[in-house]
Design a protein around this ligand. Structure first.
Ligand code: NAD
Ligand code: IPM
Ligand code: MN
Length: 346
């Protein structure tokens, strides 16, 4: 029995997470036990914090967390995301944000002449430091001479463990290819460390064909011909940007799934997209990114067969036109989820 903490969060998170729970229940039945947490914008507005002081201790008792999205137009402060999603990533030390890029259906890839099934790569985004460290400040605020500093914090431990995991990941995939992307040409101190670590690790993995690209060139190559990629490893901020771009290769943000991992510890699974206030509450959100994130979670929990069933049901939904408006269909979130659940139970 695996214990799962469910945090739907805000906006469309509250629509797509129930869809993902339904799919996981249908595929894995009684092997999962669910506990819901109401840590969201309402909670933050009521309590002045996004979770109770012992929130992370509560979460540590679970095997996995299924998360929706954080973000609410009523809250303008960074404190909220920092106190919920980033707090879980940093506080649980989930240093690897794994974002697979594999279009479920050929039709989902928008690039001319490239079929969806020719694209199959994963991005490993550093998830606990970099530009997200929150270290900085403002001086002479509001004045014309105002100074704003946001530090890009990179530690050897942080850079090395994510790159090592990327080499290990590449070694286990059939193509055994790795690209490390940085901006060491413009950020010689922080990303110079990324490049030095990469050059130190590369000889330890002779079976991996490992190369380096500047992150701007990688963005270009990802659109020009994404078939060349197998494993990509990059920093926190670049990984954030590149995986929204990569989501477009899979049919859009509504399709992209992710896992926040620290091998040997509990994992946090969430769609790549945010709370999508522009469509929230209207039964229009695509639930597949969340459902595929639940499949990643089942894989992580050792329920690979159930995960494959979910992926197959999601692919069937796309193939048979059971899709939300972002994919050109006219199905609602709930109806799409119900269709997938029925297929899984058949
Ligand atoms: P977003 O990902 O919420 O939305 C970007 C665009 O994608 C919107 O047009 C939206 O309608 C569309 N979209 C997103 N999810 C979709 C889905 N499931 N189905 C169909 N269309 C979908 O990004 P944003 O608008 O920049 O951010 C909104 C809020 O969410 C902000 O507060 C932001 O900080 C937050 N955010 C949170 C996460 C997260 O929790 N992991 C990720 C990104 C953004
Ligand atoms: C994501 C989101 C978050 C990030 C935001 C909400 C802080 O965009 O999960 O990709 O930047 O990591
Ligand atoms: Mn993002």
């Amino acid at each position: 029995m695996s214990r799962i903490a469910v945090i739907a969060g805000d906006g469309v998170g509250r629509e797509v997470v129930p869809a993902a729970v339904r799919a996981a229940r249908a595929a894995a039945g009684e092997r999962l036990e669910w506990t819901e947490f109401d840590w969201n914008a309402d909670y933050f507005l009521r309590h002045g914090a996004a979770m109770p002081p012992d929130g992370l201790e509560q979460l540590r008792r679970f095997d996995a967390i299924l998360f929706g999205a954080v973000g609410d137009p009523r809250i303008g402060t960074h404190e909220y995301a920092a106190g919920l999603l980033l707090k879980m990533r940093f506080g649980l030390d989930l240093y690897a944000n794994l974002r697979p890029v594999r279009p479920l259906d050929d039709r989902l890839c928008p690039l001319r002449g490239i079929r969806g099934d020719e694209i199959d790569f994963v991005v490993l985004r550093e998830n606990t430091e970099g530009a997200y460290a929150g270290i900085g400040g403002n001086f002479k605020s509001g004045r014309s001479e105002e100074v704003a500093i946001e530090l890009d914090l990179n530690t050897r431990l942080g850079v090395e463990r994510i790159q090592r995991l990327a080499f290990e990941t590449a070694r286990q995939r059939p193509r055994r290819r790795l690209v490390m992307a940085d901006k060491s040409n413009a950020m010689p101190h922080a990303h110079g460390l990324w490049l030095r670590v990469f050059r130190e690790l590369r000889p330890q993995y002779p079976e991996v064909e490992a190369g380096h690209l500047y992150a701007d060139a990688l963005a270009y190559q990802m659109v020009r011909d994404p078939r060349q990629f197998d494993v990509i490893v990059t920093s926190n901020l670049f990984g954030d940007l590149l995986t929204d771009l990569a989501a477009a290769l899979q049919g859009g943000l509504g399709m992209a799934a992710s896992a926040n991992l620290h091998p040997g510890r509990l994992g946090l699974f969430e769609p790549v997209h945010g709370s999508a206030p522009d469509i929230a509450g209207r039964n229009r959100a695509n639930p597949l990114g969340a459902i595929l994130s639940a499949a990643l979670m089942l894989d992580f929990l050792g329920l690979g067969e159930a995960a494959r069933q979910i992926e197959a049901a999601a692919a069937a939904a796309v193939r048979e036109g059971v899709t939300t408006p972002d994919l050109g269909g006219n199905w609602g979130t709930m109806e799409c989820a119900a269709w997938i659940e029925k297929r899984l139970r058949a």
